[in-house]
Design a protein around this ligand. Sequence first.
Ligand code: 4NP
Length: 151
Amino acid sequence: MTRILMVCLGNICRSPLAHGILQSKLSENHFYVDSAGTAAYHLGNAPDRRSILVAKSNNIDISTQSARQFKVSDFDTFDYIYAMDQSNYNNIVSLARNSADIGKVKLFLEANDSISNKNVPDPYYGNIEDFETVYAMINDTCDILVNSLND
Ligand code: 4NP
């Protein structure tokens, strides 16, 4: 079993999308996918209604996800930890205990050579089009990750 964790700030906009999208593309027999936020603003909340809507229009149900905060034991549980932006990356790495922990953390968009800005923009204060842009960028990058994970 390969375990993959998607991380953003609040765990209600970007990482729930990355979680749901990646999970939909991988066999649950071989992959466990989860998400978390570096902040504790929205603990226990469902994803933002705009993330739920955009996912639903792409036949992915993320409505049953519940926000949680990233914790140090996630370094033990997960093989790959993907940060949605550089600030998330820095926050995760600041909790690392050793170089093995740090080695598990990657900037999600580093996998995607066709996107030059490696930060998934935070759509929280934006509109539905911002969520659609984020969805497309995460979906394309998950396709690339799936190819490398299934190698
Ligand atoms: P996320 O977006 O990190 O993609 O879940 C945010 C959600 C909430 C807040 C910030 C970003 N907030 O400040 O409450």
